[in-house]
Each structure stands twice: as C-alpha cells, then as structure tokens.
Design a protein around this ligand. Structure first.
Ligand code: SF4
Length: 413
C-alpha cells in the first residue's frame, strides 16, 4: 500500500500554461470609455448604478461589435430579464471577442427566448416553498429571506430571472415585518440567508435595521448574505457598509464569481475590506458553457479566490432555467473539473459541486467516484492519480449499504 502525506499537495499538479498564469494576474478594470469621469464619481457606487448600460442604444455605442444574436436578445431582454451592466464591470468585457466569458454572462442573446421542454421559470421550486411573500422555507433549519428584486447587473442565467429586474411583471413586494414575524414564530430556524436580487443594494440604514431585527431573535444563530456586489460593483463596499455589517456577527457572506478575470484589484480590495470586518467569505460559482467549463479557468478562479481571502464554497450545475441551454455545461464536464481540482491543488481550493435538484429537491452533492468497492471488511478507494488503496473497515458490525452498481474489484497496488 502506498502512504500519502497529509498536506494535500500533488507533485506536478500545477498546469504550466501561459493562459493559467495570465488568468491568475490581478488587474484593474480601468476606466475604458469613462476616462473623463472624476475619481469621485467613478468610485461612487450610486454614480455607477445611475450610469449602467441598460438600453440597446447604449450597448451598441459601447460595444459596436454586437452580434445579430446579441442584438436580437437585447431587443427582447426587457420582456424576460432586463439588461443592466455597471460601467466598472463593462470594462472587463473584451469587445474584440464575441465569446468573451464576461460578455457571455451579461449581454443578452436571442437563445434566451428558446425554452427546452425540461426548462422552468422556477427551477428550484421556491414559490411552492414560500409560506409568506419573499421567504422560502425549504430546508428544516434555515430560510431564504428575499429583500429586493434588483441587482447591480443581471446575469443571463439567473435562477430567479422570473422575479429579478421585474421584466416579467412578477411584482415582487417583500413584506419585511411578515418575513421577520415568520422567522420569530419558528424556533427551528437558526440560519437566515438574505438574498434577492442583491441585498447589498439596500442602503446602510435599511440593512442595519433588517440585520438588527433578525439578530434580536434568540433562536437565530447566524446570518448570511448572498451577493454579487463585490464583483459587479466593488465601490459599494464602503468602510461605512463594513462598519454596519460587522455589528451583526456572526455574519457570513457568499459572493458569486464565475471567472478569474472578475477578480480585479478593485474586487480584491473590496473583499479585503469585508474580510477585515471579520466576515467569513465564501464563493458560489455557476458552471457555464464557454465561460468557466475548462479546468484551467476553474483552477485559476479557485486559487485566485483564496488570494482574495474567499473560500470556494459551491460550484453549481446550472439550473434548468428557461432559455439557459446555450450557457449550460454538462455534468460530465463538471465532474472532470472536480477531478482536476481535488488533489491537484490545495483542498481549500476544491469546492463542493452540486446540482440543485429540479423542482425543489435541494442541493445534491455530486462527486467523482473515489470509492471503487466496499464490503463489511474493507473499502477500495482510488486517489487523484488513479492509484488504488485498501482501507480496512472498522469492526463495528454495521453492514455498509451496497454500492449503486456492481463494480469489479480492481487490482491492488
Ligand atoms: S446577481 Fe444573483 S440574483 Fe442578481 S441576476 Fe445575478 S444570479 Fe440573479
């Protein structure tokens, strides 16, 4: 049997490619078309919001290489999921590359109007688990507390595109008092996740009020915020916001980043401010076709997140949201990526890959198969290099569940 070290480092696991090293670099988003804007305005999150690209006319002006598919998609976007891109994030788009991974995430395409039979407007079944408006109670001890339907920019694959931006007339009106009252009446709820839309678009005072009310409920043990603000609008992460958030510990934040180029010097600084406020940071990535479904891209992203003090938390298989087929990558690809991470880089850089079971089944962990066979005496496993090992089972007499299919016992090394 081969021994292994406990540091999780693999020899020769690092991809030696120019692309990998270039993806790992931190750059500023720069000013692009907005060179004449004052520093004060550029660094003001409200200026960024006011000057978002939200119309076809503006998009064509800044992105003259708009393809016919993008043109048509943008014409139709306001009936499905609105177009909005902050000037800061727009500067990350490579105008000369039709397949730019940043562009694919935020510029509408006509394919969004094609719906496959298995696609849904509410793929996670949130509306059927909503006891009061704006609150989803799907898991026993935690709830999703939706606070707004607005985001700094809109992701074309958004799971909540039925409501965010209000393009489909969902008419989302959270009722904070009813939501808070529900949480206070349910002592089993120990974990509240604020989401939306993007909760960090609320003003500091409103956030302070909401977090304070939830924190005052004795059985609520910790609070979480899901946000893409550090990626779309790092200017929003002001010292004042950080001072507000740190009053409500334990508070965790999950950011959402899909490509290493999103981790600019501005994003890294914003994440550093949140980390300095004592907030544990995790990241959620959606596996997206021709955005990040390549091991070299995903490994650069995960390693760069750690450099920004963010722990990679989940890689999501893209939900079956209506009109997302052109952005959905395969589970096979996701498994290949997980294989390329586990053992080949720091364990901290390997998140959990999950499928949110269609219709409301919750997150299901998906892993490459490392158990080759097992019985009451032993477990046969393989490592990241494909080497095979035997682990003797403890003699507790508990029979293990049989493996899902018959697997021939492999030859041991
Ligand atoms: S930031 Fe989140 S909620 Fe907003 S559009 Fe993107 S995925 Fe949807």
């Amino acid at each position: 049997m081969q021994s292994h070290s406990c540091d999780g480092l693999a020899e020769g696991g690092e991809p030696d490619s120019a692309l990998f090293h270039s993806l790992k670099q931190f750059h500023s988003a720069g000013r692009g078309f907005w060179n004449d804007v004052s520093d004060t305005d550029w660094n003001d999150w409200r200026w960024q919001l006011k000057n978002r690209i939200t119309s076809l006319e503006k998009l064509q002006r800044f992105l003259p290489t708009l393809t016919p598919e993008e043109f048509e998609g943008t014409v139709l976007a306001n009936h499905k999921l609105a177009l909005a891109i902050t000037p800061y994030f727009f500067n990350l788009i490579d105008g000369g590359d039709e397949n730019c991974p940043i562009r694919r995430q935020v510029v509408p395409r006509v394919e969004e109007t094609h719906t496959a039979p298995w696609e849904m407007s509410d793929p996670c079944g949130e509306d059927t688990h909503s006891p009061v408006p704006g609150l989803v109670h799907r898991y026993p001890d935690r709830v999703l507390f939706l606070v707004t339907d607005r985001c700094a920019a809109y992701c074309r694959y958004c799971t909540r595109s039925r409501m965010v931006s209000n393009a489909t007339g969902y008419d989302f009106h959270p009722e904070f008092e009813r939501q808070i009252e529900y949480v206070s009446r349910h002592p089993e709820i120990r974990d509240v996740l604020l989401s939306g839309g993007d909760p960090l678009l609320l003003g500091d005072d409103k956030l302070d009020y909401l977090l304070g009310r939830l924190r005052a409920i004795p059985h609520v043990e910790f609070l979480r915020i899901g946000t893409r603000i550090p990626i779309f609008l790092p200017q929003r992460v002001t010292p004042e916001l950080c001072a507000t958030l740190r009053k409500h510990h334990p508070l965790f934040i999950s950011i959402h980043s899909n490509h290493p180029r999103e981790l600019t010097t501005e994003a890294r600084n914003a994440l550093g401010r949140l980390a300095d406020a004592g907030i544990p940071l995790g990241n959620q990535t959606v596996l997206l076709r021709e955005v990040n479904d390549a091991p070299v891209v995903m490994r650069a992203l995960m390693q760069k997140l750690l450099m920004c003090r963010v722990k990679p938390y989940y890689i999501y298989q893209c939900d079956l949201i209506s009109g997302s087929a052109h952005l959905r990558s395969s589970v096979r690809r996701g498994l290949e990526i997980m294989e390329s991470l586990r053992g080949h880089t720091s364990g901290y850089a390997a998140p959990q890959y999950v499928i949110d079971a269609p219709g409301g089944g919750g997150k299901v962990p998906i892993n490459p198969d490392y158990i080759l066979s097992r019985n009451k005496d032993r477990v046969i496993i393989r490592n990241f290099e494909g080497k095979i090992f035997e682990y003797p089972e403890a003699p507790d007499g508990t029979p293990l569940a049989p493996p899902p299919g018959k697997i021939e016992e492999p030859e041991l090394v």
